[in-house]
Design a protein around this ligand. Structure first.
Ligand code: FAD
Length: 142
C-alpha cells in the first residue's frame, strides 16, 4: 500500500531509500490513520506534527493500528498546519517506531489475540524530509 503510494507521490531520493528496504522486509510499516476521535472523518484528526529545525515533533495518538507491534515504521497522517480548516493542513509522514517517544500498546480481542494497537506519540520525532507528497497536502488525492 505504501510502496504504490510513494511511487505516485514521492521524489526519487525517497524511493531509492525506502522501496528496496520495504521489498526486503527490513522496513515493516504499519498504517497510522485512525484515532480515538477520528475514524471515517479525517477532519477530526488530532495527531499534530510541529517542525523543530530539520525534524518533525509528533504528539498525539493513533488507534486500531494493525500489526504495529511487529512493525518498525509507521506512515501517519498528522496535522501540520493548525491554522488551516479542519479538512486541510494534513501531511503524510514516515515515522520510525523504535524510539523513546513512541509507546505501542497492543489491544487484546475476545479470542485473546493481539492484532491491533494503540500507538502513543510523546515528542516522537522524524526527519523533516520524510513526507509523502507535499507538506499540508496529505488529504489530497487524484
Ligand atoms: C480489520 C481492521 C483493521 C484496521 N486496521 C487499521 C490500521 O492498521 N490503521 C488504521 O489507521 N486504522 C485501522 N482500522 C480502523 C478503521 O479504518 C476504522 O474503523 C475506520 O477509520 C472507521 O473509524 P471508526 O471505527 O471510528 O468508525 P466511524 O468513523 O465512527 O464510523 C462509524 C459508522 O458511521 C458511518 N459514518 C461515518 N461517517 C459518516 C457519514 N458522514 N455519513 C454516513 N455514515 C457515516 C461509518 O460508515 C460507520 O458505519 C482497522 C479496522 C478494521 C476493521
Amino acid at each position: 500500500m505504501l510502496g504504490n503510494t510513494m511511487l505516485r507521490w514521492s521524489a526519487p531520493a525517497l524511493l531509492r531509500r525506502f522501496l528496496p528496504r520495504i521489498a526486503s522486509g527490513e522496513y515493516v510499516f504499519a498504517q497510522g490513520f485512525s484515532e480515538p476521535g477520528a475514524g471515517s472523518n479525517l477532519a477530526s484528526l488530532a495527531l499534530r506534527a510541529e517542525r523543530a529545525d530539520n525534524r518533525w515533533v509528533l504528539n498525539g495518538q493513533k488507534l486500531w493500528s494493525s500489526g504495529a507491534h511487529r512493525a518498525n515504521w509507521m506512515f501517519v497522517l498528522a496535522r501540520t498546519n493548525r491554522d488551516a480548516p479542519a479538512h486541510r493542513g494534513i501531511s503524510m509522514l514516515l515515522v520510525p517506531l523504535d524510539q523513546p517517544g513512541i509507546e505501542i500498546r497492543p489491544i487484546r480481542n475476545l479470542t485473546g489475540e493481539t492484532d491491533f494497537n494503540e500507538v502513543f506519540f510523546d515528542d516522537a520525532t522524524t526527519e523533516f524530509d520524510l513526507v509523502v507528497g507535499e507538506v499540508n497536502q496529505g488529504e489530497q488525492s487524484r
